[in-house]
Design a binder for this molecule. Sequence first.
Ligand code: PLP
Length: 368
Amino acid sequence: MGTYARNPVEFVRGEGTRLWDDEGNEYLDFLAGISVVQLGHCHPAVVEAVREQAGRLMHVGNLFYTEPGMRLAKRLSDASLGGKVFLCNSGAEAVECAIKLARRHHPGGDFVVLEGGFHGRTMGALSATPQETKQAPFAPLVPGFTAVPREGPPLPLVDAVSERTAAIIIEPIQGEGGIHPIHPQMLAAARDACEETGALLIFDEVQCGMGRTGTLWAWEEAGVAPDLMTVAKGLGGGLPIGACVTSPELADVLQPGDHGSTFAGGPVVAAAANAVLDTIDDDAFLDAVIAKGARLGRGLQDLGLEVRGRGLMLAFACEDGPALARRLLLDQRLVVNATGPDTVRLLPPLTVSADEIDEALGRIAAKT
Ligand code: PLP
């Protein structure tokens, strides 16, 4: 179906931060499949884990236990909120699970979301995505979602949350909306509002999590922990997997029969995710992400660009983002994308080298 405005490029091979098209041209990839190939293309540890698991056991479904999924769930919980984990196949599904859990916890409850947020394309996740162009063609949406401003004093957010609220859903750094870090005061106000009313705080870490910002989860930086967290994208290192993680208090809200998915948490994707976590859940690796992000951010500023974001989740303002992204792709063979008319987004693999950062900066300099 014609759901994507695709670029006129066909990729056939990838290695680290490099991609090759069907004519043999080499590209520098500063998009990483939109923050998915966190360790670069075809990272040997991920490839080996997938090969090994594919030859051992690919699928039995969730009527049974399998070791890679159980190990992954335990690691995700230990590394974040300490409760239980629902494994799924995508970011939108992780958000659906969080929405359902919040409704189960607070029957009939409403949701508060931030303007500019993006949580996915399924009907529940879309209803949490207050963007007219994305929502309007699919109305009526799931009722009960209210959007409040993401910037300025947190008063509208606090006013919108009441005893009727099931949950507040926030991306700590908005990704699709154009790389906008949410002010720590806003996150803290959301936390306080939840404490007062009994609503749940859901952080959507689908794009900003998995080490992207230099901490394993973006919320760590603000020091505000959620009750539920959604993860996907970078988790599988290139394979489709997502997760919804609870706090210990919410571990048993969803009961047998409440939710499920045939493919979710299968052994092959879980083996890939375990291999990704082996590398990313490491202080030295995450410190390097901060250093590399600083190098990229400084370099962009030196080009006179206005930069937003944290770690290796960066964007710069420009006049015609889509045209610039296209020129960078086709003329400079640098893969980036525009999140709107005035923003170009950079999400390189977390394994990007200093030399590759400098090379990308040179290609951007040639076009800005
Ligand atoms: N949440 C956030 C923050 C996202 O950035 C995205 C995708 O861009 C989603 C949810 C939806 O994820 P998926 O496309 O895997 O369904």
